[in-house]
Design a protein around this ligand. Sequence first.
Ligand SMILES: Nc1ncnc2c1ncn2[C@@H]1O[C@H](COP(=O)(O)OP(=O)(O)OP(=O)(O)O)[C@@H](O)[C@H]1O
Ligand SMILES: [Mg+2]
Length: 267
Amino acid sequence: MAENGKKPTRVIAIANQKGGVGKTTTAINLATAMAATKKTVLLIDLDPQGNASTGLGIARDARDVNSYHVLIGEAGLAETTHDTEIPGLRVVPSGVDLSGAEIELVDMARREVRLSEALKPAMGVYDYVLIDCPPSLNLLTLNALVAANSVMVPLQCEFFALEGISHLVKTIEAIRKGFNPTLELQGIVLTMFDKRNNLTEQVAADVREFFGEKVYKTVIPRNVRISEAPSYGKPVLIYDHKCAGSEAYIHLAAEVLKREISLSKGV
Ligand SMILES: Nc1ncnc2c1ncn2[C@@H]1O[C@H](COP(=O)(O)OP(=O)(O)OP(=O)(O)O)[C@@H](O)[C@H]1O
Ligand SMILES: [Mg+2]
């Protein structure tokens, strides 16, 4: 507990401008695994595709008021927050309106800090706020990175992965200079890992050499149950809690939480 008796809420943006690398899958399942350890988690779906909302079983017609309205100031967090079937995990869904937010935000005052300001009511209420970002370094992602304490980067081990991530690291540095001096790199999680593939192993070794301890020991294997779960509107941990994908996300959550305990103790 913080000194004021409230929880010290940590805001983590899950970002990588490359599409299809496992951002949404990681957001949903890390959030679920954290909630399973009795943490309270709010997941903000900031992608117009709305995959995190679908993957958590929020029906399309329940998304009329969504993260778009929060961003442009037409709705508050409370009225856009939905419960999920996982105790402790709540979600602010997105809607297709969010695809127009980019253009509308351009002319708005303090356009980069809108999400940060809108998230104030969540501070001290949740242990974690996870933000699922779209596959682009646009104004939506910028809002997420300005609102966040840290960035978690899911990375698929393929050719050019390191180049993509170095671009993201430069963006993080620019955001530190311009808007959010304390923004940290939370960690890099290797996703859709296929240990039979030599390239995967080679890229993983390069990423670990470059980013050292920032790369989680836990890797998320390529696992068909993970890809099936969203079509049932369920996290894989609920869909099949014993599969390799679920185990990996449980380990990842444990690693994230453990690292944070060591950081707070100054270890
Ligand atoms: N470990 C995995 N094993 C098998 N399939 C996976 C795994 N992780 C993700 N997928 C599948 O790969 C696809 C892309 O994953 P996901 O939607 O999480 O990526 P994303 O980075 O959020 O994509 P986008 O950039 O479009 O938002 C999805 O169909 C998902 O179900
Ligand atoms: Mg996504």
